[in-house]
Each structure stands twice: as C-alpha cells, then as structure tokens.
Design a protein around this ligand. Structure first.
Ligand SMILES: [Ca+2]
Ligand SMILES: [Ca+2]
Ligand SMILES: [Ca+2]
Length: 333
C-alpha cells in the first residue's frame, strides 16, 4: 500500500513481535512474540486481544523462538528457530499442537497458498502500472498513487519522477541519477557504469591521482569528502572550505548554518547536543531534546514526559524502571 494512515494496534506486553498474519474471513490478526513466547489474536483494530497459546500459561508448550506465522481454516501455523520446525495448533484454543515439518536450518517464513489467503481484487488500479513511470502504490480509498525511489520526487504530472539531488550532487543527464560532484572525473563511470563512455568521465578530464571517492585539489592534495566544509582548511588556499553555505552535509553530519559573516560548516552528528559548543553560532546545542536512554525492565518502553525520560510499564509492572511485579510487590530485577 502507500504507507498512509499508520496506526498503532498493539503496544503492551511485546518483546520481539516477530510474526504477524491476517485472517481475511474472520477479520482478525494473529501475532507471535519470540521473547514473551506467546501467540495471540485480536480484532483488526487491536481490540479483543486474547492469548491463544503461551509458555507462561502452559509451561510444556513447545514454543521457543517463533519467527513467522500464518492462519488457515482452523489452524495457525508457525516456524520456530529453536526447534527448527514448522508447528500448528488450533487457532483459538491453542490445543492439539503438532509438528508439521522438521528442518535442518532455522525456518524463516511460512506461507499457505490458497485462494482464500489471496483475496481477489475487483479491479486492480495498478494494472499496467497504473500509468506510473516508476512505482504504483494502492491507497486505502481503493485507488492508487504513483511514487518514486529515493533521491527522486514525483513530477507535476503525478506520474513521472524527477531527480531530487542536493546542492552537492551532479545530476546525470540521461539517468537523472544524483552522484556527488567530486565523482565527476574520478576515473570511475558513475552515471552510465556499463557504457563505454559516461558523461561524468568526459574526454577533457584532468589527470586524477587520488583514490576514487576522494576529492582532488590543486597541488595533488586528496581529501576525504568529510573534510569538505568541516571548518578547517585542509588545502593550502582553503579551497575545501569554499561555498559551504551551498554545501549539503553528509547524513551523518549536522549543518551549522552560517549568517553571511560566519560561513556554514558540517560537524559529526554526535557533536549535536553533547554539551559543547561546536558551531560558531552555537546552533548545535539549541532545541536539544533529552535522550530516551532509561533501561526499562519487563518490556517497558522509555518515553519523554515533561522533558524527562520515564518508563512506561506493562500493566503488571511498576516502579521507576518497571522493576516491581505488581501482584507480589516484589522487585524482580
Ligand atoms: Ca566518475
Ligand atoms: Ca576542511
Ligand atoms: Ca556540540
């Protein structure tokens, strides 16, 4: 689908929710948790949740590390990495667990192939790719939208894609690919790698004496691209620190915006909100949200509340890090 209307259905008592499947006939979801070792069912909106089969209610249940799961007729089927088997049991009672298949390796996915598991669409809006030049995605309204891969944007016609290169990219004219501008004339054909010639490697290239991927400057200086606009001159005349207001930092870096007098520069992301001023104009220590780094026990999750990290505990647990089991009041950790 097109990824719109994301909703969270299940939030509690989840450790490693590895497996999920849908029953189109009964309009329910089944899922399995490999850490808490259970299989549960709920309505499509996450309501009426019920554990079907679990080690906590049945210590002899042969559930150890569920990796995938599916449902068909009265049965749920799952793969288990620990037992290296495909198992099945009654989909509502959890009874009659049987081994369907024993394998040598860890079984990944399990699928049932049957028309009931693949409901037919009345009309497929993405037939013939829906007129899209690239991706055609179905929408919840029963229609479709065209979409584009990374570094491309949907054009005004709603069908074709246009490149969305950064200011530090070179746009290949035939493929519309975005490549770093220092890949031009680096002896590697990047725009059309499989052709004899490539527009990023024209005949008029000056000799390139660096390792491909590095930036070559006058005087034979070769720099790693992270040294561009890092606020320090690495070449004799500081060519690596020119035009930095227009430079796009790597995704692993934060851009300290200049103000006309002070030039922009890139700092590694870990220097953002580390308590030390690294940008000349100090923006790296502005609008800092505290890290949610509390280690919450018993599948609790860390949330920021009132600017402070706090543990959101499962209903059976309490305490600052969910360390107290409510039924006994005893700290388990
Ligand atoms: Ca090249
Ligand atoms: Ca530099
Ligand atoms: Ca800093």
């Amino acid at each position: 689908m097109d990824g719109s209307r994301t909703q969270t259905l299940i939030t509690e008592n989840l450790g490693w929710p590895n497996a999920l499947t849908i029953s189109y006939e009964t309009k329910e979801i089944w899922w399995a948790d490999a850490k808490e070792d259970y299989i549960a069912v709920a309505d499509l909106n996450g309501k009426n949740r019920k554990v079907v089969h679990s080690r906590s209610s049945n210590p002899t249940a042969n559930i150890h590390h569920i990796f995938s799961l599916t449902v068909f007729e009265n049965w749920i089927y799952w793969s288990d990495w620990e037992t290296k088997t495909v198992e099945k049991c009654d989909k509502y009672s959890g009874l009659n667990q049987t081994t369907v298949s024993k394998l040598i390796h860890r079984p990944m996915d399990v699928k049932v192939f049957h028309p009931f598991r693949q409901p037919k669409m009345e009309a497929n809006p993405c037939l013939n790719n829906g007129g899209c030049h690239n991706l055609c995605l179905l929408t919840p309204e029963g229609g479709k939208v065209c979409a584009c891969p990374e570094h491309f944007l949907l054009a005004e016609d709603g069908k074709s894609c246009k490149s969305n290169c950064t200011s530090s990219n070179f746009v290949c004219k035939k493929t519309f690919m975005c490549i770093p501008r220092w890949w031009v004339c680096d002896t590697q054909k990047d725009c059309e790698p499989n052709s004899e010639e490539s527009e990023d490697e024209p005949l008029s290239c000056p000799p390139f004496n660096c390792t491909p991927g590095h930036v070559q400057f006058e005087g034979g200086v070769c720099l790693h691209p992270t040294l561009l606009c890092d606020g320090k001159n690495n070449t004799k005349n500081g060519e690596d620190e020119k035009d930095c207001d227009d430079h796009t930092c790597f995704s692993s870096h934060f851009k300290c915006q200049g103000n006309g007098t002070v030039q922009s520069m890139c700092i590694p992301s870990h220097k953002r909100c580390d308590g030390t001023h690294d940008c000349i104009l100090r923006q790296d220590e502005e609008n800092c949200v505290p890290d949610c780094d509390l280690k919450c026990k018993a599948a609790g999750t860390c949330v920021i509340e009132g600017g402070e990290p706090k543990c959101k505990c499962h209903s059976l647990y309490e305490g600052a890090t969910c360390e107290i089991y409510r039924c006994s009041g005893v700290s388990l950790f």
